[in-house]
Design a protein around this ligand. Structure first.
Ligand code: HEC
Ligand code: HEC
Length: 198
C-alpha cells in the first residue's frame, strides 16, 4: 500500500486527475510515465525552465539518475522523494518509455551568439567526448545538454561542481580543467552554446 500512497502523492503534486484505473497493480509503461508528465511535460518535453526534459535521454541514463536521486547522490528539490516511490522494475519501464520519445529543444531560450561560439570550442575540447554531437546525443548515457532548459543546466552544473551531486570521475577532471582555464565565464559560454542548439 505504501507505493500506492506515494503514487497518489505524485499525481497530486503533478496536478493530474487520473481515475483509479491508473493505480491498478500493473499499470502500463505509458500510464506510469503519465505520472511524470505533469512536471516533465507530455512525452517528456518539459515546458518549465526548472524542470528538465526527459524525452530522448538514454534508458540507462534515466535509470542511473533515478537511482542517484533515491540514494541522495544527486541533489534535488523534489525528485529524491518521488524516486523513492518507484520500484526498480517500474523505473526501468518508465525509462524505456521516455527514451523512445522524441526530444524537442526548449522553446524560445535566449542566448548570446558570441558567447555561444566560445562555448562551442570549450564543449569540443572538454565535453564532446561523452556528450557527443554537440551535446545532442545521449548515446554514452550522459544525458542531453543541447536544447535542455538553461536554468536547470545552470543549477545542475553548480551542484555537480560543489560536490553536491554525482559526477563521473573523468567528467569531474574536465570540469576542473575548464574552470581553471576559463572560470565562471567559461561555464556561462557553455550554457549559451547549449541554449543556441535547436
Ligand atoms: C512535481 C514535479 C515532478 C514530477 C511529478 C516528476 N519530476 Fe522529475 N524532476 C522534477 C524536477 C524539479 C527536477 C530537477 C531536480 C529536482 O529539483 O528535484 C526533475 C528531474 C528529473 C530527472 C533528471 C533529468 C536529467 O536530465 O538529468 C529525471 C530522470 C526525472 N526527473 C525523472 C522523473 C520521473 C521518471 C518521474 C515520474 C515517475 C518524475 N521525474 C516526476 C520534477 C518532477
Ligand atoms: C567522461 C565522460 C564525460 C565527460 C568528459 C563529460 N561528461 Fe557530463 N556527464 C557524463 C555522464 C556519464 C553523465 C550522467 C550523470 C552521472 O553519471 O552522474 C553526465 C551528466 C552531465 C550533466 C547533467 C545532465 C542532466 O541532464 O542533468 C551535465 C550538465 C554535464 N554532464 C555537463 C558536462 C560538461 C559541461 C562537460 C564538459 C566540461 C561534461 N559534462 C563532460 C559524462 C561526461
Amino acid at each position: 500500500m505504501k507505493k500506492r500512497t506515494a503514487l497518489s502523492a505524485v499525481l497530486v503534486a503533478g496536478g493530474l486527475a487520473l481515475g483509479n484505473s491508473a493505480l491498478a497493480e500493473t499499470p502500463s509503461a505509458s500510464m506510469l510515465a503519465y505520472t511524470c508528465a505533469g512536471c516533465h511535460g507530455t512525452n517528456g518535453n518539459s515546458n518549465g525552465p526548472a524542470t528538465p526534459s526527459l524525452a530522448g535521454a538514454s534508458k540507462d541514463y534515466i535509470i542511473d539518475v533515478m537511482e542517484y536521486y533515491k540514494t541522495g547522490e544527486r541533489a534535488s528539490t523534489i525528485m529524491g522523494r518521488i524516486a523513492k516511490g518507484y520500484s526498480k522494475e517500474e523505473i526501468e519501464r518508465i525509462a524505456d518509455f521516455f527514451s523512445k520519445q522524441k526530444f524537442v529543444p526548449a522553446k524560445g531560450q535566449k542566448f548570446d551568439p558570441k558567447l555561444a561560439k566560445k562555448g562551442a570550442k570549450l564543449h569540443d575540447k572538454y565535453c564532446e567526448k561523452c556528450h557527443a554531437d554537440g551535446g545532442t546525443s545521449s548515446e554514452d548515457d550522459a544525458g542531453i545538454l543541447a536544447g535542455q532548459w538553461t536554468p536547470y543546466l545552470r543549477y545542475t552544473l553548480a551542484d555537480m561542481m560543489a560536490g553536491k551531486s554525482h559526477v563521473p570521475k573523468k567528467m569531474k577532471k574536465k570540469l576542473k580543467k575548464l574552470h581553471k582555464k576559463a572560470g565562471d565565464a567559461g561555464i556561462d559560454q557553455l550554457i549559451n552554446y547549449y541554449a543556441s542548439r535547436k
